[in-house]
Design a protein around this ligand. Structure first.
Ligand SMILES: Cc1cc2nc3c(=O)[nH]c(=O)nc-3n(C[C@H](O)[C@H](O)[C@H](O)COP(=O)(O)OP(=O)(O)OC[C@H]3O[C@@H](n4cnc5c(N)ncnc54)[C@H](O)[C@@H]3O)c2cc1C
Length: 472
């Protein structure tokens, strides 16, 4: 026995919320769409969990950050879903899926069938146990992936006054949590194996800036080593972490941010998997035509990277892949292949950066690192393929995004370094995409000018000829 829907979204995170909005805007009839989520709340903007949610004063709480406020669109409260006739099946884990029969089975044993399925199961936080370290079930060890984790983190943070925390991992979760803990007057030690923070994205020079800033706010860094074990008190609470290099760091709590793993397991052996995610085409359609995948769990062709298949773990990609899938479901003929500029951002303390594209090739830094207004371009084969900017304004972020989207020519690296953001704004005026090709505007402008001259000449000739004919 079970329920049947035309459309089912499996997962109730960021992508689910944006897909629901798109469904509603395209006129889904009441009762046609259902969202099944293990979480007990309607979809929300997950990035808030490591930012506004952890603030000591006036912290963000639901319903303020339900999707889709992150992109200045409508806020979808539980009431909104009700009004739209969209069924929210919350607090419900799907434990198996059968894409041939088009059914999902929940942990409680209910079978839910669909005509079209959107997989939006996102990812889960990697556990220390997966790296051979035991003890992450202690009551003062936290991960941060969902609202329940964030609520727990806040209550542990508030259970002691002005103590110490150890953050394991130097990626964005580690960096954002460390900033939040410091803001809550907790002394933080960050531990990670890489030579500098955000090693997958930052150059050593960029990392130097953030590490110096964090140190000025009281954060200590222990780099090049990993956690080896915990020391616990008689209640099982962690009292210190022991590192592989033998260092012992006393602590009141531990926050672990060591990466994520996409939730693909329900579909392994049923759908094609690539780069760790469920492989989709430019319409977010999986190897089964009735099944789509979006957000962190999907691996999709990125046109900008020569249609190389990538799996991204960023909120902007979750929002846009979700809307694109719904558009492809409703209007397959009118929906072209997804054309996406990879984008990622972070905000810590009063700092804020954005990154576009990919960080391959030569990194050219620019700007004033002392004043906290700086960035970098990544230049590959004479073109800009990635751009990072700290402390920019809207126009500047748009300019660097455009530089990456256009794959601007950057032959003179010294000029790029000297001009910085201005390079993107200035050079953008001289390059343009015409029929999918990036053209230098002088050339394009020459052609355009020549075209205009020819058009004017033809018009003038026609006028002169007309007058002559009238005279004949
Ligand atoms: C704390 C935090 C901060 C972040 N900050 C940023 C940031 O600053 N910038 C940025 O670009 N990105 C950020 N991200 C990443 C961003 O939030 C993700 O890329 C985005 O949430 C992915 O959306 P999604 O819908 O694919 O997955 P999710 O939002 O993770 O949603 C997946 C949903 O599926 C549900 N689910 C999974 N399996 C099942 C199952 N079997 N049955 C039922 N339900 C299931 C989950 O419970 C969850 O509700 C952050 C992520 C976190 C965790």
């Amino acid at each position: 026995m079970g329920r049947a829907f035309v459309y089912v979204i499996l997962g109730g995170g960021v992508a689910a919320g944006y897909a629901a909005l798109e469904f509603a805007q395209r006129g889904t009839a009441p009762g046609e769409l259902c969202i099944i989520s293990e979480e007990t709340v309607a979809p929300y903007e997950r990035p808030a969990l490591s930012k506004g949610f952890l603030l000591p004063e006036a912290p963000a709480r639901l319903p303020s950050f339900h999707t889709c406020v992150g992109s200045n669109a409508q806020r979808l409260t539980p009431k909104w879903y009700k009004e739209q006739g969209i069924e929210l099946v919350l607090g419900t884990r799907v434990k198996s899926a059968d894409v041939k029969r088009k059914t999902l089975t929940t942990a409680a044993g209910e079978t839910i069938s669909y005509k079209t399925l959107i997989i939006a199961t996102g990812a889960r936080a990697l556990k220390l146990e997966e790296f051979g370290v035991k003890g992450s079930d202690a009551e003062n060890v936290c991960y941060l992936r969902n609202l329940a984790d964030a609520t727990r983190l806040v209550s542990i943070m508030q259970s002691f006054n002005g103590g110490n925390a150890v953050v394991i991992g130097g990626g964005y979760i580690g960096m954002e949590c460390a900033a939040a803990l410091v803001t809550n007057r907790i002394k933080v030690t960050m531990v990670f194996p890489e030579p500098h923070c955000m090693a997958r994205l930052f150059t050593p020079k960029i990392a130097d800036f953030y590490e110096a800033y964090y140190e000025s706010r009281g954060v200590d860094f222990i780099k090049g080593t990993v956690l080896s074990s915990f020391e616990n008190d008689s209640d099982g609470k962690v009292t210190a972490v022991i590192l592989r290099d033998g260092t012992r760091v006393p602590t009141n709590m531990v926050v672990v941010g060591i990466g994520i793993r996409p939730n693909t397991s329900l579909f392994e052996g049923q759908l094609s998997i690539e780069k760790g995610g469920i492989k989709v085409n430019g319409r977010m359609q999986t190897s089964n035509a009735s099944v789509y995948a979006v957000g962190d769990v999907a691996s999709f062709p990125v046109k900008l990277f020569g249609s190389d298949i990538r799996r991204l773990e960023h909120v902007d990609s979750a929002r846009k892949t979700a809307r694109h899938a719904v558009s492809a479901i409703f209007a397959p003929e009118a929906t072209s292949d997804f054309d996406y500029l990879p984008f990622f951002y972070s905000r810590v303390f009063t700092l804020s950066w954005q990154f576009y594209g990919e960080n391959i090739g030569d990194a050219i830094h620019f700007g004033d690192f002392l004043a906290g207004r700086f960035g970098a371009y990544w230049i590959n084969k004479g073109r800009i393929v990635g751009a990072f900017l700290e402390g920019g304004n809207r126009e500047e972020y748009e300019a660097i995004a455009n530089a990456v989207k256009l794959k601007m020519m950057a032959k003179d690296e010294a000029e790029v370094e000297k001009l910085g953001v201005e390079f993107a704004s200035k050079v953008g005026l001289h390059q343009e995409i015409v029929n999918g090709l990036v053209l230098e505007k002088p050339l394009y402008a020459m052609h355009a000018t020549a075209g205009i001259v020819v058009a004017i000449s033809i018009a003038a000739f026609a006028y002169w000829y007309g007058r002559r004919r009238r005279r004949w």
